[in-house]
Design a protein around this ligand. Structure first.
Ligand code: AMP
Length: 148
């Protein structure tokens, strides 16, 4: 999928936060990126990183914008760990309603994980079939080359 031009969606709640039209508990901002506390935290210190521009899903973002979001993630993660005292955390990024994306503006969750709080994960691991692995490897590498 190709990258879409940088834009704002007037109906998008995260665009409104980026534009300063509705309040948020900001913890970081630069010219491309904003980070703020999640209003429905899975754990204390749950933070969201968003691009200022509106893209619905990660695959629609220019690489530079995705890089700008993740460039701040290590530093912000350290700050969240220090502030909360948590020793572990999950970086989560949902794409599409089926994958639990509720806000259609790309965002990266930093979610502290403690004994009693944080992200709960069901991980129904299968077993990679060797023939299917060959097929997938071919299909994905070809798609990568076509999208270079
Ligand atoms: P997702 O399910 O990945 O789309 O997550 C969306 C997240 O955005 C949820 O954790 C919400 O609690 C959070 N959220 C929604 N509206 C706001 C808001 N106005 N300020 C901060 N966080 C929000």
């Amino acid at each position: 999928m190709t990258s879409q031009a940088a834009s704002q969606d007037p109906a998008c709640i995260f665009c409104k936060i980026a534009a300063g039209q509705i309040p948020a508990h900001k913890v970081y901002e630069d010219d491309q990126v904003l980070a703020f506390l999640d209003v429905g935290p899975l754990a204390r210190g749950h933070v969201l990183i968003i691009p200022r521009s509106h893209y619905e899903t990660l695959d629609q973002m220019p690489a530079e914008t995705a890089a700008a979001c993740l460039r701040v993630a290590p530093r912000l993660s350290r700050a969240v760990l220090q502030a909360t005292g948590a020793k572990a955390y999950n970086l989560l990024q949902n794409n599409g309603r089926l994958a639990h994306q509720e806000v259609n503006h790309v965002h990266f969750h930093i979610i502290p994980k403690t004994e009693h709080g944080g992200l709960g994960i069901v991980w129904p691991a299968g077993k990679l079939d060797p023939d299917d692995a060959q097929t997938l490897r071919q299909q994905i590498t070809q798609a990568m080359q076509a999208d270079a």
